[in-house]
Design a protein around this ligand. Structure first.
Ligand code: DSN
Length: 412
């Protein structure tokens, strides 16, 4: 974590107390609760300083050196630096740092590669894929012909042979790997081979694991994929935003798809914050952080298993753990609500073949606070106590949460 937290709430109190008060209550919620949502993290004060800066005032449609507005000389310098840092961090040939989010990044790639009605293949959102990988309720499922692959309901794992057979039959123009709820390493080499065999462009959405990739704690998809998209705020611990990395041959199409394809002016204050994040993620301390994220997730999976939870795939290779709740007789969303009331946030989700569904828990945020193996065991106990829900458990869980939050203060 770089820098000391700026007192933006205190500053705002003078000008807009109503908004300042909601921000203050949210800060207290973050500070006094345990964050186990696998896609959330705490951005550094330096990242937030860039986000809250005068760069928000500048229109800069276009790319550095080719803008539609005057006065872009300094944002050009800043955005070029951001692009260079992104390329260096992940070993990519080219980068577009302007997508406002991961969904925008995916939309831009799909616009760049596909025509309406073309076939794309991605992971079924019901099995852990993202809605932009072809969900029927999303633009992707509306405008493209989507063929989805899932996981083996017996073991929760991707079945690469089955995916290859599906791809041969469907002949997709775009093959997407990547997930929002998959606790194991994805073999990008096998996906790349499948894409080559069927003549598809191969895209990886590494939003969940980008920080682990940057820190060397997960296989890097960049050498295998034609295009890689990500968010910048999950394990990567930057501002809320998106990023596209690609091979040289795709960059002109990608740039045009981002602007004017799906976006207008880039958010240059967020681009600056991405640049700060990429610099932080290149440091040795970030490598240690990502190793600890994975180590903590493994300990949390084991501890949850010891508490009687059925761990999907039997464990984890990354920052998240999926637990089936059938043996506890509580639904995933039911447990999410009970945990919320005990000051712990996590996701309830449906799981293929499970009547109750389960929970998705992640270690990026608690690891940022400095928690380690002993604390993961305490957290597993809190989840088990809440799931069993005996009289008095709420007080016990709240007391554990309070002591952990006091010992590991947020922005302390
Ligand atoms: N909404 C994100 C998540 O929670 O996994 C995916 O982008």
């Amino acid at each position: 974590m770089q820098g000391k937290l700026l007192d933006s709430i205190g500053f705002l109190k003078e000008f807009d107390p109503a908004i300042a008060e909601t921000m203050e209550r949210e800060f207290i919620r973050q500070k006094d609760g345990l964050e186990l949502i696998a896609s959330e993290n705490y951005a550094s004060p330096a990242v937030m300083a860039a986000m809250g800066s005068i760069l928000t005032n500048k229109y800069a449609e276009g790319i550095p050196g080719d803008r539609h507005y005057g006065g872009c000389q300094f944002v050009d310098e800043m955005e070029s630096l951001c692009i260079e840092r992104a390329k260096a961090l992940f070993g990519a040939e080219c980068a577009n740092v302007q997508p406002h989010s991961g969904s925008q990044a995916n939309a831009a790639v799909e616009l760049a590669i596909l025509q309406p009605g073309d076939t794309m293949m991605g992971m079924d959102p019901g099995s852990g894929g993202h809605m932009t990988h072809g969900d029927a309720t999303n633009y992707s499922g509306t405008y493209y012909n989507v063929v989805s692959y899932g996981v083996d309901p017996q073991n929760g794992l991707l079945d690469y042979d089955r995916i290859r057979d599906q791809a041969k039959k469907a002949q997709p123009k775009l093959l997407i790997a990547g997930a929002s709820a998959y606790p194991r390493q994805i073999d990008f080499q096998i996906f790349a081979d499948i894409a080559r065999e069927v003549g598809a462009v191969f895209m990886v959405d590494m939003a969940h694991i980008a920080g682990l990739v940057a820190g060397g704690a997960h296989m890097n998809p960049v050498p295998y994929a034609d295009i890689v998209t990500t968010t910048t705020h999950k394990t990567l611990r930057g501002p809320r935003g998106g990023l596209i990395l690609c091979r040289e041959e795709f960059i002109d199409r990608i740039n045009d798809a981002v602007f004017p394809g799906i976006q207008g002016g880039p958010l240059e204050h967020i681009v600056a914050a991405k640049a700060v994040c990429f610099r932080e993620a290149a440091e040795d301390s970030f490598k240690t952080y990502t190793r600890n994220v994975v180590k903590n997730a493994k300990v949390l999976a084991e501890a949850l298993s010891d508490e009687g939870f059925d761990i999907v795939t039997g464990g984890t290779d990354n920052h998240m753990v999926l637990a089936d709740l059938q043996s506890f007789g509580v639904s995933g969303h039911g447990l999410q609500n009970k945990m919320d009331a005990n000051n712990i946030t996590l996701n309830g989700l449906s799981l293929p073949g499970s009547a109750t569904g389960g929970i998705r828990v992640g270690t990026p945020a608690v690891t940022t606070r400095g928690m380690g193996e002993a604390e993961m065991k305490q957290i597993a106990r809190c989840i088990a106590l809440t799931a069993r829900d005996f009289p008095g458990t709420t007080d016990e869980v709240k007391a554990i949460v309070k002591s952990l939050c006091e010992k590991y203060p947020l922005y302390g």
